[in-house]
Design a protein around this ligand. Structure first.
Ligand code: UDP
Length: 323
């Protein structure tokens, strides 16, 4: 297929592009490079530098690519920033997404795959989390993703557009070639590995008084290659709907740090800090629907494998991407 990938220079997008190319799809990456890195774009892909606010540029790029499917990763994704600059999140994630969606329909695209988030649920009512839980986001980031999910539902109903929206849990790990390099790094695993690399003196634990067995937050970590595989399966004709992407296993912040110590063989100094605003104590996916309906079968569910691949990538790319 001719697949058009927005945000293909970002962490999740770059690995998905690589996996799509590996199985013979033609890929065009569309990215404004504000968060992404040019060198994270697989050289086998076409690249267009453009912004989702610029509808004529999107339309031209879709036409040139002869796009049959769109994978829409491009977005702003920092919860904290969304609390101080909500307009940026609604503008880029909702209005930019709508520009893309309308342009895709005009270009005859029949499949649209969207990166949503477990942040659309807010503080979940039940655990593990199934797709039918109430969605009550507690920050503009989650709200912007939920708004776009609802737009997709209406476009499916009214324009018969096939869509798959994935609610990601905690993406982590790396492929051989592509990994995680955010200019502002807030995520746990890369922050811990930066301590091992000597870039930081210690790791901060945000909250040790949560109602969890060891007092630290529990999350469901999912390998980036497994995440990419779900997107590939979503391209099959007839697949439609909302799917959680997680493994169904929860690991606490302390367990993640211990696993990083085991994999790297280094002691990691930690400092307990206050809770980070907006962090729910526990987020774990039920992770059944994607397996049943998409035939998704994660290959790297173990936290050790996730950390091992992340560590291999950070060792091979100590400064991350050069651009
Ligand atoms: N966290 C932490 N120290 C860090 C980064 C994250 O204690 O340096 C915690 C964070 O509060 C959350 C968990 O680790 O409970 C996972 O955070 P991350 O930012 O990786 O993902 P999120 O679940 O927020 O999407």
């Amino acid at each position: 297929m001719n697949v058009f990938v927005t945000g293909g220079a970002g962490y999740i997008g770059s690995v998905c592009v690589e996996q799509l190319l590996n199985i013979g799809h033609n890929v065009t990456v569309f990215d404004n490079l504000t968060e992404g890195h040019r060198s994270a774009v697989d050289p086998r892909a076409q690249f267009v530098q453009g912004d989702l606010q610029d509808r004529p540029v999107i339309a031209q790029a879709l036409k040139t690519a002869q796009a049959e499917a769109v994978l829409h990763f491009a977005a702003n994704a920092l919860v904290g920033e969304s609390m101080t600059n909500p307009g940026k999140y609604f503008r880029n994630n909702v209005s930019g997404g709508l520009n893309l969606l309308d342009s895709a329909l005009e270009a005859g695209v029949r499949k649209f795959v969207f990166s949503s988030t477990c942040a659309t649920y807010g503080v979940p009512e039940r655990m593990p989390m199934t797709e039918d839980l109430a969605q009550k986001p507690v920050n503009p980031y989650g709200e912007s993703k939920l708004m776009f999910e609802r737009i997709l539902s209406w476009y499916h109903q009214l324009h018969r557009l096939e869509f798959v929206a994935f609610r990601y849990f905690n993406a982590a790990g790396a492929s051989g070639q592509f990994g995680e390099h955010h200019r502002i790094e807030t995520h746990l695993i890369p922050n811990v590995l930066q301590v091992v690399q000597g870039k930081k003196s210690h790791c901060e634990i945000f909250g040790t008084d949560y109602p969890t067995p060891d007092g630290t937050c529990i999350r469901d970590y999912i390998h980036i290659i497994d995440l990419a595989q779900a997107h590939i399966q979503a391209l099959d004709p007839g697949k439609v709907g909302f799917f959680n992407l997680g493994n169904g296993d929860g690991y606490s912040v302390k367990e993640v740090i211990q696993t990083c110590e085991k994999i790297t063989g280094k002691a990691i100094p930690v400092i307990a800090k206050p809770r980070r605003p907006g962090d729910p104590p526990k987020l774990v996916a039920a992770a059944v629907k994607a397996r049943a309906e998409l035939g998704w079968n994660p290959q790297y569910p173990k936290l050790e494998d996730i950390v091992r691949t992340a560590w291999a990538w950070h060792q091979a790319h100590p400064e991350g991407y050069p651009d």
